[in-house]
Ligand binder design. Sequence first.
Ligand SMILES: CC(C)(COP(=O)(O)O)[C@@H](O)C(=O)NCCC(=O)NCCSC(=O)CC(=O)O
Ligand SMILES: Nc1ncnc2c1ncn2[C@@H]1O[C@H](COP(=O)(O)O)[C@@H](OP(=O)(O)O)[C@H]1O
Ligand SMILES: [Mg+2]
Length: 222
Amino acid sequence: MDLKEKAIASLKKHASGDAFSRLPAALPKASVLIPLLLRHGKLHALLTVRSVNLKHHAGEVCFPGGKSESGDTDETHTALREAEEEIGLPSHTVQVICKLFPVLNKAGLLITPVVAFIESSFKPRPNADEVSEVFTLPLEFFTKEADHSCYPVPSVFGPTHSFMYTDPRTGHIHQIWGLTAALAVTVAALALGKKPEFELGFDLDDPASAFRDVLNRRLSKL
Ligand SMILES: CC(C)(COP(=O)(O)O)[C@@H](O)C(=O)NCCC(=O)NCCSC(=O)CC(=O)O
Ligand SMILES: Nc1ncnc2c1ncn2[C@@H]1O[C@H](COP(=O)(O)O)[C@@H](OP(=O)(O)O)[C@H]1O
Ligand SMILES: [Mg+2]
């Protein structure tokens, strides 16, 4: 099996399917697309920098995504629609792999991560109202200790992870932390079949249990 096939097989083992379709319908929902691609024979992930003019998470690094709209058929549709709106990613060129377990953010938004492969030749067209920059980085970056720090402050699940990534293409230094870092670490570990060099805070052999526990704890407080 090549790198991409291995990643797909491994990610699919952790697919949540529709296990969470019976959560309270009143919970506001959002999706993020975690776009993976092959570059120079390695798996990479694509991230965006949010416009500084946005009301929420201004200037932060995040995956393409956003809130569910009434016309969306499901969580995957939301992720693909948002990625098309934000970075001009044509939905028909995306190979969706699976949905992972949803996470509840501090604002009470239930966020479903949708993992997908995109074409290596994709050229982003950022929508300047929402996205100021798009960059890709090797997925294995999220398994290394070198540019990583961890704070005991609880994030969506486990402690808060933070990475400082210097993009060799632009020289820009990006901080990737909180929800986005947690998702990136999880997907990197699953797709590469490689435990991070640092303590993650949950069992990688069964991330679903960690997600479910945190979600149930948060839901019981709503
Ligand atoms: C997917 C969102 C939650 C909603 O999309 P939209 O704002 O409508 O475009 C998006 O805001 C998002 O991905 N936010 C997280 C960005 C991030 O990871 N920032 C780091 C710290 S905040 C955090 O960890 C999560 C939290 O708020 O609980
Ligand atoms: N054309 C536009 N101009 C400015 N902001 C826009 C916009 N379209 C969407 N937004 C804002 O961008 C944010 C993300 O939207 P989405 O969920 O579609 O990704 C939302 O704001 P906040 O979440 O910051 O309040 C939304 O109001
Ligand atoms: Mg968005």
